[in-house]
Every structure is written in structure tokens, then in C-alpha cells.
Design a protein around this ligand. Structure first.
Ligand code: PBG
Length: 316
């Protein structure tokens, strides 16, 4: 086996998987106000930006060769029904318009969820102590429509309610947005690796957890069923999240569906890599490249990563 491993040229000939900047998506946090670039402690290199600063950062992301950004909004006010999420003048809607005006070629994806907009921090509308599925689906659909109206290319529902992809697809079509695509977070696990994100987006549940709607880390048959359902309901691409500890799920979903699959290298994965690198315990560039190519090898067509801009410069 070693004959073809002897030189870089030989290794290049037999390399099975490539990763490049074209396979990456950069998540970005956008907040209200102006002049804001607020670093997130647990995620060195990641900040919350107000709109003008977001536009600038997105320009750097695009210049690095990353084709798409995924937007998360941090609103100035929250309420029980998460109404900031579907406000046509909400922070994400305004950011989408600004990005389209300034970077027309950049693919703009919006996260569709209520957790950063609700006072209780759950991903949907709470009734009698439980997240009400169908009311939430209505509110998520309104959110997706308002993102599409602002000019989002792709909406990405991350809430894990049942039936939301079908409802969003139907309403996008009804409202005149047949070209707006849906990347569904089809297999989103109830994971401890979202911790830094919840601080960044101020979206941690005030009480309880998300196990009533996110997947149990012990299951993968269930992930495949979720993926099939989302495809039937009209998803254009499927996301598995987190990435590193769920590459078996990436592989199963890809093999089972043949659909475009994304892996999301989440905040906790990023924080671990950054922390180890800062201590000199791993070679950051090598470890990050390995983590990204591994997602591709498992079957992911593209990878959402907080490293996207930095890694794009390493990968070309
Ligand atoms: C919103 C959402 C979360 C993430 C993406 N969308 C948080 C959660 O479910 O708690 C996590 C992303 C990350 O950790 O990088 N529902």
C-alpha cells in the first residue's frame, strides 16, 4: 500500500476527497445598533456585527473565496411569540437587504428559528409548558417568507418542528418565492456542543432543554427518517449537526437519500479547536483541514464552519 504514498504527487493522484473554499459556508451573527464588532469570548475570531460591519465582514468572507454566509439575528427585544423573527424590519431582514445591495454574488442563507427572539429561549411558541408544534410551524413559515421577501437565497429552518419544511415550501410558492431554496436542519441533535453559540446569540432556554424536539444523540435510524421526511416535504438540501461526532449520520443520510448534504461544525467544535490551538496542543491549520476534509469524506457536499474564512485562505 505504501508505493502510492511515497511523494506528494503520488498521493495527489490517488486522493479520493477534496475540500476547497467553494465547499464552505460562513455563519455570521448580526445585531441591532451601529458600529458594533463585539467579540465572542468562547469563539475567538467570531464577533457579533451591526449591519454596516456585517457587510464589511461578508466582503472579506467573499474575498477569501467562500460563496455563502448563514445569518443569525440577535434582536434588541424579545417577546413570548418571538415576533422579531418575522418582523419585515427585523435585524436579519435588514441585513439580508444590505448584503444583497453590497455583495450581489454572495449566497445569503438565513437561519429560521425563534430561539433568539423569544423571552423563554425555546425554539417555538410555548403553550402549557410545551412547545406547540403547529403554532410554531405557522410562525416559522412567516419568518421564512419575510426572509425570502428581503431577498434571502436560501432559508434554513433549525427548529426541528414536525412538518415545517412542507409548510415553508408551500407558503414560499404561494407568496411568489418559488426559487427560494430550503436547507433543512434535518438531523439536528440535542447537543452539548451548542454552548458557545447560545451565549453568542443569547438563545439558551431559560428553563429546561430542547430534548422535546431535537434528536437524541443515541439515534441514527431516526435521523434517516427525519431526512427522508424533509426531502418529501420539499427540502433542497439536508443538514446534519453537529459534525465531528455525527459523521456516521452524515454518511447514512448521504447514502440513503443521495441529496445534497451539509455538515455543521458547531460552536463547541470550533471552541475546542481554538482552545487547543491557543495552548499549542494541536497544529491548528492541520487539525482544521483534517476536520473539514473528514466531513467531505463522510459524504457532506458542503460544510458550515466558523473557520470558513480562515480555512478558505489555507485551502484555496
Ligand atoms: C437555533 C440554532 C442553534 C444553533 C444553530 N441554530 C442553537 C441551538 O439549537 O441551541 C447552534 C449552532 C452552533 O452551536 O454553532 N436553533
Amino acid at each position: 500500500m505504501r508505493r502510492l504514498r511515497r511523494t506528494p504527487a503520488l498521493r495527489g493522484l490517488v486522493r479520493e476527497t477534496e475540500i476547497s473554499s467553494a465547499d464552505l459556508i460562513q455563519p455570521l451573527f448580526v445585531t441591532t445598533g451601529s458600529g458594533i464588532r463585539e467579540p465572542i469570548d468562547q469563539m475567538p475570531g467570531v464577533s457579533r456585527y451591526s449591519i454596516a460591519e456585517l457587510v464589511e465582514e461578508a466582503g472579506e468572507v467573499a474575498d477569501a473565496g467562500v460563496p455563502a454566509v448563514l445569518l443569525f439575528g440577535i434582536p434588541s427585544e424579545k417577546d413570548e411569540a418571538g415576533s422579531g423573527a418575522y418582523d419585515d424590519e427585523g435585524v436579519v431582514q435588514m441585513a439580508v437587504r444590505a448584503l444583497n445591495d453590497n455583495h450581489p454574488d454572495l449566497v445569503v442563507i438565513t437561519d429560521v428559528c425563534l430561539c433568539a427572539y423569544t423571552t423563554h429561549g425555546q425554539c417555538g411558541f410555548v403553550r402549557d409548558g410545551e412547545v406547540d408544534n403547529d403554532v410554531t410551524v405557522e410562525l416559522l413559515s412567516k419568518t421564512a417568507i419575510s426572509h425570502a421577501e428581503a431577498g434571502a437565497d436560501i432559508v434554513a429552518p433549525s427548529d426541528m418542528m414536525d412538518g415545517r419544511v412542507g409548510s415553508i415550501r408551500y407558503q414560499l410558492d404561494e407568496e411568489g418565492h418559488p426559487s427560494t431554496a430550503i436547507i433543512s436542519y434535518a438531523a439536528k441533535y440535542s447537543s452539548a456542543f451548542y454552548g458557545p453559540f447560545r451565549d453568542a446569540a443569547d438563545s439558551a432556554p431559560v428553563e429546561g432543554d430542547r430534548r422535546g424536539y431535537q434528536l437524541d444523540p443515541a439515534n441514527s435510524d431516526e435521523a434517516v427518517r427525519e431526512a427522508r421526511l424533509d426531502l418529501e416535504e420539499g427540502a433542497d438540501a439536508l443538514m446534519v449537526k453537529p459534525a465531528a461526532h455525527y459523521l456516521d449520520v452524515v454518511s447514512r443520510v448521504k447514502q440513503d437519500t443521495g441529496a445534497p448534504v451539509a455538515a455543521y461544525q458547531v460552536s463547541g467544535e470550533y471552541a475546542m479547536l481554538k482552545a487547543a490551538a491557543a495552548n499549542g496542543w494541536i497544529d491548528e491549520r492541520a487539525a482544521v483541514t483534517e476536520s473539514l476534509v473528514s466531513a467531505r469524506r463522510a459524504g457532506a457536499d458542503f460544510v458550515v464552519s466558523y473557520y470558513a474564512k480562515e480555512a478558505a485562505r489555507w485551502l484555496g
